[in-house]
Design a binder for this molecule. Structure first.
Ligand code: AMP
Length: 297
């Protein structure tokens, strides 16, 4: 595995394989690798001739007061893990290279995809997704992959990136892969490192709450308000007060009052100790494809 720090080195490393018609898969990350990241790398390794992983803790997607300064990082460990997954190129640009003096351009998806859930001004706000789409557009332009891999753990982010790729004609297939969870159901996240054992136990209530809602839907509950209530009750009994629990169309995030045969995204954000955690499930229509096979998310 080659470790590259400059865009020039990256271009040079990709030049020959690209000319020979090799396919390129990109896994964008902010580092602090866990099984979620590794699952994306593994899929890229299966699909593509050349696997590129970018490791960049993108400051522009963090708001003032968020955890940019304390975000976990251990480059040596990440290098070892990526190498073990057979990654070809690990690209680690620094902030000066990504945002040089005078940087003034943003890429923004301007519809409701970025104004709700995480993009709600009361949550991380639309500036968060502006930071994400701007940096991902830059990564796409620098690597020019055939396929880019994202996790459904960040379902809204995946929808926003899909929209951006379509709208701006990036000739890149966007693959969104299932959420990888710990044994207790907790979705893997770099931020789980902030949790002490007691908080970790409480955090497991998040996935239990989503599963409780999913179970109720399976047993015939069609009101999303009722499903949200079930999830909130489960969260509270685990000692977790959610920032939001919402049920929305898994395709465009529009509100959904009754399960109507369309896949519904149930999304949760909750602070547990110092960690702000998000998680979601897609409730598939009865008889429909399971979320893991489902193409939209
Ligand atoms: P991050 O480093 O947190 O920006 O994540 C990099 C990529 O890994 C994003 O596409 C995430 O959606 C994905 N990811 C993070 N956690 C998980 C997880 N538990 N399961 C699957 N993918 C994940």
């Amino acid at each position: 595995m080659k470790i590259l720090r400059s865009r020039a080195e990256l271009r040079e490393a990709l030049d020959a394989p690209r000319r020979r018609g090799r396919t390129i898969g990109l896994v964008p990350t902010m580092g602090s690798f866990h099984e979620g990241h590794l699952s994306l790398m593994r899929r890229a390794r299966e699909d593509s001739d050349i696997v590129v992983v970018s490791l960049f803790l993108n400051p522009t997607q963090f708001a003032e007061g968020e955890d940019l300064a304390s975000y976990p990082h251990d480059e040596g460990r990440d290098v070892a893990l990526a190498a073990r997954e057979g990654v070809d190129l690990l690209w680690i640009p620094d902030a000066e290279q990504m945002y040089p003096e005078g940087f003034a351009t943003v890429v923004e998806v301007e519809n409701d995809l970025t104004g709700v859930l995480e993009g709600d001004p009361g949550q991380r706000g639309p500036a968060h997704f502006r930071g994400v789409t701007t940096v991902v557009a830059k990564l796409f332009n620098s690597v020019q992959p055939d396929v880019a891999y994202f996790g459904r753990k960040d379902a809204q982010q995946a929808l926003v990136i899909r929209r951006m790729a379509r709208d701006l004609d990036f000739p890149i297939r966007i693959e969104v892969l299932p959420t990888v969870r710990d044994e207790d159901g907790l979705a893997m996240s770099s931020r789980n490192a902030y949790l002490d054992p007691e908080e970790r136990e409480r955090a497991a209530g998040i996935s239990r709450a989503l599963r409780a809602a999913e179970r109720a839907a399976g047993e015939g509950e069609t009101s999303t308000a009722a499903l949200v209530k079930i999830a909130i009750n489960e969260l509270r009994s685990a000692g977790v007060e959610p920032e939001y629990v919402e049920a929305r169309s898994a395709e465009d995030l529009s509100p959904i009052a009754e399960l109507n045969g369309q896949p519904v995204l149930m999304a949760v954000a909750a602070r547990v100790g110092a960690a702000r955690l998000i998680d979601n499930i897609v409730i598939a229509p009865p008889g429909g494809v399971s979320p893991d096979e489902e193409a939209t998310l």
